[in-house]
Design a protein around this ligand. Structure first.
Ligand SMILES: C[S@@+](CC[C@H](N)C(=O)[O-])C[C@H]1O[C@@H](n2cnc3c(N)ncnc32)[C@H](O)[C@@H]1O
Length: 222
């Protein structure tokens, strides 16, 4: 496991906590059975806001990065094609079962690392990462891959918790981050540093969920 305080410069590291892929995969293999109960209803309003921000058109190709148990799959309009990818086979088993049980024939899922997406440049109209960017070891690499596979004029949408602008709350988030990684996320990811290193210029950043501690970041590819 690697989930320690990082000696790296904070701006560079974006979080005081470092994780690697095997650690993240193990966490989600274990969480697959309980994920929908623990992170289902509380994070759902943000998922609904994100669908609206995607401005999906009939026939659009949509990529969901970190599709997990497929909790978003029934939210997408049926007249588009949804591809979901995830690192965890156990989370994907749940997603596949959901596709079958709900008859979601416009959705397919496969095992893939978000840092190396096996899709051509510009393949998707919308690329979406719900509650994933603070989970992965290298958020900037994932964001760059998302941008690469999005077509010019398409949307890159990121829904995530980022470190608070409040001084005391942010100190708390840095302190608890080595613990929250064990339930799947870093609590202290720096939004400004992330956007600047990933070279993303959002058209909007909205606060979502209750309390409004999560950010919905919408970008249009140039
Ligand atoms: C917090 S869950 C989000 C699930 C779902 N998107 C949602 O809205 O609740 C994060 C998901 O990201 C996946 N994940 C973590 N690292 C990944 C990576 N490098 N590539 C692809 N998926 C990854 C995890 O396995 C997990 O299923």
């Amino acid at each position: 496991m690697s989930a320690d305080a990082s000696p790296l410069d904070r701006t560079e590291a974006l979080s005081a906590t470092v994780v690697d892929h095997p650690f993240v995969e193990r966490v989600y293999q274990k969480m697959a059975g309980v994920y929908d109960y623990t992170f289902g209803p509380t994070l759902h309003p943000g998922r609904l806001d994100a669908i609206r921000r995607m401005a999906i058109h009939p026939g659009d190709r949509v990529l969901e990065v970190g599709v997990g148990t497929g909790i978003n799959l029934s939210l997408y309009p049926r007249m588009c094609q949804i591809t979901g990818i995830d690192l965890s086979s156990k989370m994907l088993e749940k997603a596949q079962a959901r596709i079958v049980s709900k008859g979601l024939s416009h959705c397919r899922v496969s095992e893939m690392n978000a840092e190396q997406l096996a899709f051509p440049d510009g393949w998707f109209d919308v690329v979406y990462a719900p509650y994933v960017i603070s989970v992965v070891p290298d958020p900037v690499k994932v964001a760059r891959e998302m941008y690469r596979v999005c077509r010019p004029g398409g949307r890159v949408v990121i829904l995530n918790h980022f470190k608070s602008a409040n001084r005391w709350l942010s100190k708390l988030e840095v302190a608890i981050s080595p613990m929250t990684v064990h339930i799947g996320f870093k609590a202290d990811l720096d939004l400004d540093g992330f956007l600047s290193q990933a070279e993303l210029t959002p058209i909007s950043i909205e606060k979502v969920n209750v309390p409004r501690m999560w950010s919905l970041v919408t970008c249009v590819k140039r």
